[in-house]
Ligand binder design. Structure first.
Ligand code: SAH
Ligand code: SF4
Ligand code: F3S
Length: 478
């Protein structure tokens, strides 16, 4: 059973504490760089928050003298950054980690750690301690900044160390970052979540909500833009409640407006928005700032007011739809996406049909849909009337069918239009083509060459498909 943590105020890691971690980093560096080159591999599951955390884990490992590798079999240290949002995510991480047992048998000096949401709770760490003897250390999301101290304990003391989240939630600045992509950056603007949607494990594993200071965020973004970064994605579980602790001095819309004052050719995205906190002011700020991408991810979860109430979402179908109407009125081109859960406890056929109808009314560009996964410790796990897999299994494809038709219609609008796209690189699924994303975050496939990567190009859309647009570069835009 997970205990609901009290609303304790967050604190900053002090300069002294960060300094002390740097000292551990130097001690490890002296050991790591003494012999042959040592390599570190960070494996990531879960959301963009985890991607951003992994870049900091990789940054700390580089500062310790490790070289980066993407291949576990070449690594001297592997850190698996895990997700706990659905059972499937936990099972995948555990089965992949299970495979590392053989790597350790071949190379006994290999160090293996598990971090992130799955090991943030004490009981998960206890399970790993008991059942996975080849795992050397774990650390929860709020212990990330202490990784140097934990790893030094493992290396110098030849012992296993387990560090679940405990104590006050912490905001950390000044941790080294090794970014995956020089043109696109994640910037966490806040940590944690206070919403306690009844199905969700995140508030239990990410701690209480706290915001980074506007100046710290602005300085980070100024540095990124000066280094040539073209796309900044601001991250938080509920970015719309950014800045609550600053007494109304700088809310999320104010922060966005300040970011847009930074000169340079770049775009700003953000996620995720909670419909209960997304304000008209935010929408007006977006409409007034062309640097903010015309994209809004607004998870609805369900179209039934009864289910929204049971989920503790604090908005209604009507208030949600009126927000969408306002957005489209101010920005007719905006692409809107959503998350939906199918099979929340007590969901009747009528409730599900209301979800289908809100999808038709909202006319989303994209939808991420999930079958409800019971998370022990959350209120929904205790609710009566859990929906049998056969029922959810039958509902899920009906939802996809409705959305896929709308996605295609929404994409067809762009045929023969020219859009500005940041070139990402070769498409993973179709390496013949390059891919990039439109302002509305739609994937576009086109012919280009490696020198175009990281640049904005203008692309005429020649064909629209359900999940992607196909196009051609019309001028080089460089
Ligand atoms: N903070 C974000 C979401 C983070 S989790 C928000 O509030 O929108 C991402 C998505 O996972 C959620 O939007 C939800 O649709 C889904 N999700 C969360 N818990 C889940 C569970 N127990 N079962 C199935 N899907 C879940
Ligand atoms: Fe989970 Fe709700 Fe918080 Fe999102 S807002 S992370 S769904 S509790
Ligand atoms: Fe998963 Fe943690 Fe993100 S549970 S979805 S990695 S906040």
């Amino acid at each position: 059973m997970v205990e609901k943590r009290k609303d304790v105020p967050a604190r900053y890691a002090t300069a002294q504490e960060i300094q002390s971690q740097m000292e551990y980093t130097s001690k490890i560096r002296a050991i790591v760089t003494a012999g042959e080159v040592k390599k570190a591999c960070v494996v990531t599951y879960g959301c963009q928050q985890n991607e951003a955390d992994s870049e900091r884990i990789a940054g700390m490992l580089r500062a310790m003298g490790y070289e980066k590798t993407d291949k576990e079999e070449n690594a001297d240290i592997i850190v698996v950054n895990t997700c706990a949002v659905r059972d499937h995510a936990e099972q995948r991480a555990l089965s992949i980690t299970g495979g590392y047992k053989h790597l350790k048998a071949k190379k006994p000096s290999l160090i293996i750690g598990i971090s992130g949401c799955m090991v943030s709770k004490k009981e998960s760490g206890d399970r790993i301690k008991r059942s996975y003897p080849y795992i050397d250390f774990t650390f929860g999301t709020e212990k990330l900044w202490q990784m140097p101290e934990i790893l030094y304990g493992v290396i110098s003391g030849q012992k296993r160390i387990f560090c679940p989240n405990e104590g006050k939630p912490i905001t950390m600045e000044g941790i080294p970052v090794l970014r995956e992509n020089p043109y696109k950056a994640w910037v966490s603007i806040m940590y944690g979540c206070n919403n306690f949607c009844t199905y969700c494990i995140v508030p239990y594993v990410r701690g209480r909500e706290r915001s980074r200071r506007p100046e710290d965020i602005l300085n980070e973004i100024r540095g990124l833009v000066a280094d040539g970064c073209r796309e900044i994605t601001l991250l938080g579980q509920n970015v719309n409640s950014y800045g609550k602790e600053f007494g109304g001095e700088c809310d999320f819309a104010d922060l966005l407006a300040k970011i847009c004052e930074i000169e340079g050719d770049y775009i700003v995205r953000f996620m995720t928005s909670h419909p209960k906190d997304a304000s008209r002011k935010l929408i007006d700020t977006m409409a007034a700032n062309p640097k903010i991408a015309r994209q809004f991810h607004l998870p609805v979860q369900s179209g039934s007011d009864r289910i929204l109430k049971a989920m503790n979402r604090n908005y209604t179908r009507e208030s949600y739809l009126s927000l969408i109407r306002y957005m489209r009125e101010k920005m007719p081109d905006i692409a809107i996406s959503t998350d939906i859960i199918v099979g929340f406890p007590g969901e009747t056929e009528e409730d599900f049909e209301e979800t289908l109808s809100i999808v038709r009314e909202a006319r989303y560009d994209m939808m991420y849909s999930f079958i409800y996964s019971k998370r022990s410790g959350t209120p929904a796990a205790e609710m009566a009337d859990q929906i049998p897999p056969a029922v959810t299994g039958a509902r899920f494809p009906r939802l996809l069918e409705v959305q896929n038709e709308i996605s295609l219609e929404r994409n067809l609008v762009w045929e023969n239009q020219t859009l500005r796209v940041l070139v990402d690189g070769r498409s993973k699924n179709n390496p013949e083509k390059f891919s990039g994303r439109t302002d509305g975050n739609k994937i576009v496939l086109f012919d280009a060459d490696d020198s175009d990567i990281g640049k904005f190009v203008n692309i005429r859309i020649t064909k629209a498909q359900t999940f992607a647009l196909i196009g051609e570069i019309v001028n080089d835009g460089r």
